[in-house]
Design a protein around this ligand. Structure first.
Ligand SMILES: Cc1cc2nc3c(=O)[nH]c(=O)nc-3n(C[C@H](O)[C@H](O)[C@H](O)COP(=O)(O)OP(=O)(O)OC[C@H]3O[C@@H](n4cnc5c(N)ncnc54)[C@H](O)[C@@H]3O)c2cc1C
Length: 491
């Protein structure tokens, strides 16, 4: 097979949210935009297809109105009761808080100050949002979730004449004698082809689907975990860029991993995904979690759900067998706190704690003792299972403590949900200039012609993360990457 050559002003690797945002932005400057996607067309769109929301700064209802077009003021009011605003300063503090003050401040500055502008920009492209119905600490979700967002993106980009190359895996970056990136070599269904470009944007995810890299960077045990998302993000873009001297950046030993149903498959492709059957198991703040030794192992509510879930996966993986049981009682059902996706959860139900422990094959006396000790440690106070705010209703005298939403587990029937760690994406990435998304060389200067966005850009997340941040960062830095890649290309 010959080596066909394609020519673009801007070539984007990946078709996730970061890539599509880059393409939307590049199109404002040039129509000559191409996109490479490793997956077949039916499974295009990456992990972004499986998402629900973006976390952005807003000052009140006026900022949300351009996003939620079909809602009246009356309908919007309840939306803002729990979270009337998330100012730039508040968003900054939240991310600094969850990352233990380790987020790259230059990246974060751009992320925070560009977030609202970026969602408004997406709205001008035809996207819209709806009030959030899930128990997360964000007030709105993308209409149709990530699948809806991406479906709209593909329609806009295809209409504008962007050329998509499916089943085409980028293999290596091509450079000229001066070190400028001039294209990408990729494996197409017909063989290896060269895609020439004046600028290249890498937006092809992190290494969560690559067991060798997971073990190498995240440590023992991570090679065998189940992923929440697509099998295509095998760190190719990271390797290609580091092969030409790109600087790694951020936390390469930590990742986003959360509690998932024990039945979580090894990975999920977009064509098989349904939000209804989502395997996320995020009700742990309303109950307790025990391991196979019938012991609690973590404060289940040290913060709101949206600020703990991405670190919970690691805690579960560290337990014997890498599993845990979420224990809830009938009060939680009566209070209507169950998220709809628990309807399809793997579960065990019993009328006594003894029977529940036996069904779970736990040491029954120890399990009953763990629950009773927890119950005895619950302090008086107002229980308020608010997704936006902590209630301070805590335990005293037990280790680990539960610092919020502590309510006795004493009303039958009792329910247990076995969960495992599901990895979402890795936090390590490349160093970019946050103002342009241009990839930086280890020699301390930018790599001409090379930009990166989405999971590929490192630095923002360290050890933990706040829900909705990956899609927001992808859109923001994707938009910046697409803009600067195109400006340089046509200069
Ligand atoms: C189940 C699930 C739910 C989530 N929910 C949320 C949420 O609600 N909000 C949120 O902010 N984040 C959420 N996330 C995280 C979010 O998905 C990511 O932060 C975001 O999608 C990253 O976007 P991206 O464009 O960088 O990567 P992706 O969307 O994963 O796109 C990467 C693309 O690159 C392609 N690719 C990989 N290698 C190559 C190659 N060599 N050549 C060509 N193409 C290649 C892949 O096929 C893929 O299409 C969720 C993740 C999962 C798995």
């Amino acid at each position: 097979m010959s080596d066909p050559v394609y020519d673009y002003d801007v070539l984007i690797v990946g078709t996730g949210n970061a890539a599509c945002s880059a393409a939307l932005a590049a199109l404002e400057k040039t129509p000559r935009v191409g996109m490479l996607e490793k997956a077949p067309q039916r499974d295009r769109g990456g992990n972004s297809m499986l998402t629900v929301l973006m976390r952005f700064a807003f000052n009140g209802a006026e900022d949300l109105k351009p996003l939620i077009r079909n809602y009246s003021d009356d309908e919007m009011r309840p939306l803002l009761e729990g979270l009337p605003h998330r100012t730039e300063a508040e968003l900054w503090d939240e991310i600094m808080h969850v990352t233990n003050n380790q987020s790259d401040q230059d990246m974060l500055q751009v992320h925070v100050t560009e977030s609202l502008k970026t969602v408004h920009w997406l709205a001008t492209k035809g996207h819209d949002w709806s009030p959030a119905t899930i128990r997360d600490d964000n007030v709105v979700t993308m209409n149709g979730g990530g699948a809806g967002l991406q479906k709209r993106n593909f329609a806009i980009l295809e209409k504008a004449g962007v050329k998509f190359h499916y089943e085409t895996a980028a293999l290596e970056l091509v450079q000229d004698a001066k070190g400028k990136v001039t294209g990408v070599k990729a494996l197409t269904p017909q063989g290896v082809a060269t895609f020439n470009a004046k600028s290249v944007v890498l937006a092809c995810g992190s290494f969560e689907s690559n067991p060798e890299m997971r073990a190498r960077y995240l440590g023992p045990g991570w090679d065998m975990i189940h992923q929440r998302g697509v099998p295509f993000n095998t760190g190719d873009g990271l390797k290609m860029a580091m092969d030409i001297g790109a600087m790694p950046h951020g936390s390469w030993s930590t990742c986003h991993a959360s509690p998932q149903d024990i039945a979580l498959p090894k990975f999920t492709v977009p064509s098989a995904h349904s939000l209804k059957d989502s395997q996320t198991r995020y009700m742990y703040p309303w109950g307790i979690m025990v391991n196979m030794n019938a012991e609690r192992f973590i404060d289940e509510a040290y913060d709101t759900r949206g600020r703990t879930y991405a670190a919970m996966g690691r805690s579960i993986l560290a337990q014997p067998g890498g599993i845990a049981y979420q224990i809830l009682d009938a009060k939680i059902r009566k209070m209507n706190l169950y998220t709809p996706n628990y309807q399809s959860a793997t579960t065990v139900k019993a009328n006594t704690l003894e029977k529940l422990g036996a069904e779970l094959d736990l040491n029954v006396p120890k399990f009953v003792k763990t629950v009773r000790e927890f119950n005895a440690a619950v302090q008086p106070g107002q229980y308020n299972p608010d997704r936006h705010q902590l209630d301070g209703k805590c335990t005293a005298g037990i280790t680990p403590p539960k610092t919020n939403y502590a309510l006795e587990i004493d009303e039958a029937p009792f329910e247990a949900f076995p969960v495992r760690c599901g990895m979402t994406f890795a936090f390590g990435g490349l160093k970019i200039d946050p103002k342009t998304s241009q990839v930086q060389h280890v020699a301390g200067r930018p790599i001409p012609g090379l930009y990166a966005a989405g999971e590929m850009a490192g630095g923002l997340w360290v050890g933990n993360y706040a829900s909705g941040s990956g899609m927001m960062a992808g859109a923001t830095f994707g938009r910046i990457a697409g803009t600067y890649a195109a400006v340089t290309a046509i200069a």
